[in-house]
Design a protein around this ligand. Structure first.
Ligand SMILES: Cc1ncc(C[n+]2csc(CCOP(=O)(O)OP(=O)(O)O)c2C)c(N)n1
Ligand SMILES: [Mg+2]
Length: 343
């Protein structure tokens, strides 16, 4: 599941850096696909600035684990080991995509990698991990299920219902809140009285922490502790503090943010921070540049790949949309007629 790793940088931090750098590079190219008019739909939510949450938490997960994401989930799936070509093709609405081009950016899913689905409804993916945790416990397969969601979802009641259930039944679940300080144009402290979000989870009896997303090693360490605990029946909550570098969606120029705040926020760059740490530990800038160049070339190719792919055929419009049913359900009017005939 871990992508091939270049020689000369096989430390944990090197691996984390490389995966974050891949996410950043991919997201930049998602933006480019949009500008070139090749993305399906007009809403794209980039996770630039939030890479440590995706990468640090996925590093703590095992192959049998499952997860759901919110609408800003490309980086999470890539960190989990997704094929960037198939992801970009999905975002481009192409047959070669993970969901044959019918899911797009916000509804990508893949059971093979345990991705139970991205969800465009704020908080919508959270309860599914409680079900997945319950299922894992019944199956005894040792899987943990992780819900990734934004700070905005802490205003949704379903989070609290889910945390309560997970705590009550001691389910192997991690609630991971990526706190990028904004829900669309609303800054968290304009909508939330107590911004120490993990304190809410403590009230439900979960293990809960907040970690600084600037430091991917700290995120990975906290995630490992909490995921291991969840696997042993102690459900947990992890808030990763970071900053959304750009607008809410691709078209949003963030007129509601002070440019000085944005400049300061973008200083909290987990990719640059990890790079500086690697240089401190003896890696050369030239080696890192070479790795970055390889990554950018790989991600450039996802655009060409996507543009060259075909759209799903019209005849497949309803395939994979409804679950196959056995036997075929009775047509509604026939059923009504049958019920009425009996009375
Ligand atoms: C139930 C619901 N309400 C409103 C929206 C519109 N909406 C889409 S994203 C978003 C903000 C979400 O903020 P957050 O959860 O912090 O995630 P972020 O976009 O910051 O990653 C809102 C309000 C929605 N999709 N679903
Ligand atoms: Mg947010």
């Amino acid at each position: 599941m871990t992508p091939p790793f270049p020689t000369g940088s096989n430390s944990d931090l090197g691996r984390l850096y490389r995966t974050m750098r891949r996410v950043r590079s991919f997201e930049e190219r998602v933006g480019e696909l949009f500008v070139r008019g090749q993305s399906a739909g007009s809403m794209l939510h980039l996770s630039i600035g939030e890479e440590s949450a995706a990468v640090g938490v996925c590093a703590a997960m095992k192959p049998q684990d499952t997860f759901t994401t919110h609408h800003r989930g490309h980086g999470i799936f890539l960190a989990r080991g997704a094929d960037p070509n198939r992801m970009m093709a999905e975002i481009g609405g192409k047959e070669a995509g993970y969901c044959h081009g019918k899911g797009g950016s916000m509804h990508i899913a893949d059971m093979g990698l345990g991705h139970l689905g991205a969800n465009a409804i704020v908080g919508g993916g959270i309860p599914a991990v409680v079900g997945a945790g319950l299922s894992a416990r019944h199956k005894g397969n040792g899987a943990v299920s992780v819900a990734f969601f934004g700070d905005g979802a802490t205003g949704q009641g379903i989070l609290y219902e889910s945390m309560n259930m997970a705590a009550l039944w001691k389910l192997p679940v991690l609630f991971c809140c990526i706190n990028n300080q904004y829900g669309m144009g609303t800054r968290i402290d304009n909508a939330t009285a107590n911004t120490a979000l993990h304190e809410r989870a403590l009230a439900f009896g979960l293990a809960a922490e907040t970690v600084d997303g600037l430091d991917v090693e700290a995120v990975a360490e906290a995630a490992r502790r909490l995921v291991d605990g969840a696997r042993a029946g102690r459900p947990a909550f992890l808030a990763v503090d970071c900053y959304r570098f750009f607008g809410h969606a691709r078209k949003d120029k963030s007129p509601y943010r002070d440019p000085a705040e944005e400049d300061e926020g973008r200083m909290k760059d987990p990719v640059a921070h990890a790079r500086a740490r690697l240089i401190d530990t003896g890696m050369t800038a030239a080696a890192l540049d070479a790795m970055d160049g390889e990554i950018d070339a790989e991600m450039d190719a996802t655009i060409d790949f996507t543009i060259a792919q075909t759209e799903p055929p019209l005849a497949s419009m309803f395939r994979d949309v409804y679950a196959p049913t056995e036997p075929e359900p009775e047509p509604v009017r026939a059923r009504i007629a049958r019920v009425l005939a009996r009375t």
